[in-house]
Each structure stands twice: as C-alpha cells, then as structure tokens.
Design a protein around this ligand. Structure first.
Ligand code: ATP
Length: 360
C-alpha cells in the first residue's frame, strides 16, 4: 500500500446552522477517509469568520483571508448571515469575496430527488427527475458594479445604479462548461436560461454565445428558455431538464426553486469551482444560516453532506463521493428524515445514520 494522501481543507462554518451542518459534513467526510484504508486523510483548519467575527473586528474575514485560504486544496463552507449584520455586507464580505477572489466561476447545484422524501410535485411520484443547475458565478447581476449617489438632493431623492456585467469570455466559459457536463450525463441536453426579450444587451450576448457554442456539440441536445417560462417549466415539465445553464441571478433563484421541489432547501448541495485549479474551490449547502432553527439541533445536514461528496468528486475521489450519495439515499429511503422533511431525526442522529450507511 502506498502512502496516505493528505487533503488539506479550510473549514468556514460561518453563522447559524452553518456551524451545525458543517460539523455534520466533516464527520461524514472523516468517516469516508477512515473507510478508505489509508488511501486518503483530511487535515482540517477551521476559520472563525462570519457575523460574530464582524461584530468583533469590523470585517467578515481576516484582511489577508484569501492569502490564508490559497494554500488549501478546498474550502468547506457552512452558511453566512445573521441579523446583526446587513445581508449585503455579510455576503460580499465573505462568500462573494471568496468566489470572486478565487475566480470560482462555476456554481454547480444538482437538484436531486431522494427516495423516501415527498416532493410537492405530484409528477415526482412516478417520473424519475434529476437535473443540474450550472450557475455563472463570477459576473452577471452579481458583478458588484454600480453605486448610490445624489442623496444631497433631499429625502427620497437618492439614486442607485446596479449594473449587470456580461462578457463574451464569461458567457462562453460557463456555457461550454455546461455542454461538457452534459456529455457526461445519461441524457446529454443543455437548456440555456435567458431574458433577452427584456434585457437586450447582456442577455442577447448570452444567447449569441449559446448559439455559437452549441454548434460545437452536435451530440448534445440544446434549447433556450426565458427565465419566467423556465420557472413554470421546473414545475410543469421537470422531466425535460438535464443541465440548465443560467446567469448568476437566474441560477440562484431557479436552484432554490429546484431544491424546494425536491422537498426542502436543506437538501441542496453546491460546488463553487475554479476549473483551472489556480485557486481552491469551495463547497457549501445552498441554504443560508436559517436563524429560525439555528442552535436547536434540527437542521437538515444533507445539503452540507452532499456538498462534501461534490468536494470528493472534485478532488478526484468519485467512488468515495458516490458512496456518500448512496448512504444519503439509503438513509432517506428507510424513512429516517429531519423535521423539514416531515421526520423527527435531529442533525446528529441523521448524520450518524448516514455514516452507518456508508457501508451499506
Ligand atoms: P440566505 O439569504 O442566506 O439564503 P435566508 O434566510 O433567505 O438566507 P435560509 O437561511 O436558507 O434562507 O432559510 C430559509 C428557510 O429554509 C428557513 O425557514 C429555514 O429554516 C429553512 N432552512 C434552511 N436551511 C435549512 C436546513 N439545513 N434544515 C432545515 N431547514 C432549513
């Protein structure tokens, strides 16, 4: 047997349920490493960044935070946001700072329907549903360009401009990524999400790039859909979806809809990828800090645990990732469910059950 591969991971549990679900995900990843018979092991370093850190220091992360994270193979993230700090400060000061600072330009958000989980979609009862939202993660509506001014005109007269940035380079790389991903799936199909009827500059460029790139993939089915129609299609024709590629804002909204359709926001996993591997990628559940249930031990850890599986896949351990995904399925199929899915199992017990099922 060769020497053990040590994987150095930075953990940022963040706020609220972020701490509970990041701990759960770590436990499952540790169990996966322990079961690898010396193939790999984790070395974790935890960073206390988030809203409490902001209250203490006036910053969401250390000033040289990106430099501190750069040496790790991956970042494992819980959730960020608390009522003590305005949302736009907590989001831009930590999560978006990392995504943009490390050019994690792909956000993958699989929509998985699990056995034993009741979907609000009746169609899910007898139709296999499984699609992936590929969200542009570096520009679009979240590029951060704009400003506020003219408040000196008097009460009620301030002006704000928020610009969406669409570059041909940015559109091309995410759309091409989606087509490459589609080629690896049973159903090679990409649906591009647009709003080019109303947004005649950025989204028309997006559409033009989509039409150009799709010609390079004659083996992949492709169609385009306006974002409003896409919201309806998620509900009415979800079986028509395989890979859905969308701008930053559209992908954000649609993937929440997707996870709600799968049963709960607590189920959804995500990966923020730097595909060139010039910096670490970051793995996190889609949900936020859920202040309404934080600290009660009832948060659903499946989104965080599934994000850990995405991390293993990115690190070149697909079999181990698949094992975690199977353990999640075995657990939910047995009716072992957290409260947000109508069950009674708390975070720790559910995590322990998933770990037990790693061997199943
Ligand atoms: P953000 O803007 O950061 O996404 P938010 O407050 O809009 O935050 P969440 O924090 O994700 O959204 O919470 C939305 C709802 O989903 C809340 O009712 C919360 O309790 C529920 N929720 C989120 N995550 C979980 C989870 N892991 N387990 C159970 N319920 C969750």
């Amino acid at each position: 047997m060769g020497s053990t591969r040590t994987i150095r991971v930075a953990v940022i549990p963040g706020d609220g349920v972020g701490e509970e679900v990041a701990a759960a995900g770590r436990d499952v990843l540790e169990a996966s490493a322990a079961a690898s018979h010396g193939k790999f092991a984790f070395e974790w370093e935890e960073f206390p960044w988030g809203c409490q850190y902001y209250t203490d220091t006036g910053r969401m992360m250390a000033e040289d935070g990106l430099q501190q994270l750069r040496g790790f193979e991956a970042v494992y993230f819980g959730a960020v946001g608390w009522k003590s700090v305005p949302d736009h400060i907590s989001l831009w000061g930590l999560r978006l700072a990392i995504c943009q600072g490390f050019d994690q330009w792909v956000n993958i958000r699989p929509v998985r329907f699990l056995p034993g989980v009741t979907s609000p979609l009746r169609k899910a009862d007898d139709t296999p549903l499984d699609w992936i939202v590929v969200r542009e993660n570096s520009e679009g509506e979240y590029s951060g360009f704009g400003g506020r001014n003219l408040s000196a005109r008097g009460d009620g007269q301030e002006v704000a401009v928020q610009s969406a940035l669409f570059t041909e380079f940015g559109c091309e790389r995410i759309i091409r990524f989606a087509f490459e991903l589609a080629r690896t799936r049973d159903r090679p199909k990409v649906t591009g999400v647009t709003k080019s009827n109303a947004q005649q500059f950025g989204m028309v460029l997006w559409d033009e790039v989509f039409d150009r790139v799709r010609r390079d993939y004659p083996d992949v089915d492709a169609d385009s859909c306006l974002v409003d129609a896409m919201a309806a299609r998620f509900v009415l024709q979800p079986e028509s979806l395989s890979v859905v590629v969308a701008s930053n804002l559209h992908g954000d909204v649609l993937s929440d809809l997707g996870s709600a359709l799968a049963g709960s926001l607590g189920l959804a996993a995500s990966a923020n990828l730097n595909p060139e591997r010039t910096a670490p990628s970051m793995f996190e559940p889609v949900h936020g800090s859920a202040p309404d249930i934080a600290g009660r031990g009832i948060a659903n850890p499946i989104g965080a645990i599934g994000s850990g599986a995405l991390m293993l896949r990115h690190l070149g351990l697909p079999d181990e990732a698949a094992r975690i995904d199977r353990a999640i399925e075995t657990t939910t199929a047995a009716g072992n469910l957290p409260p947000d899915l109508g069950g009674r199992t708390g975070t720790k017990d559910l995590t322990a059950a998933i770990i037990d099922n790693l061997d199943a």
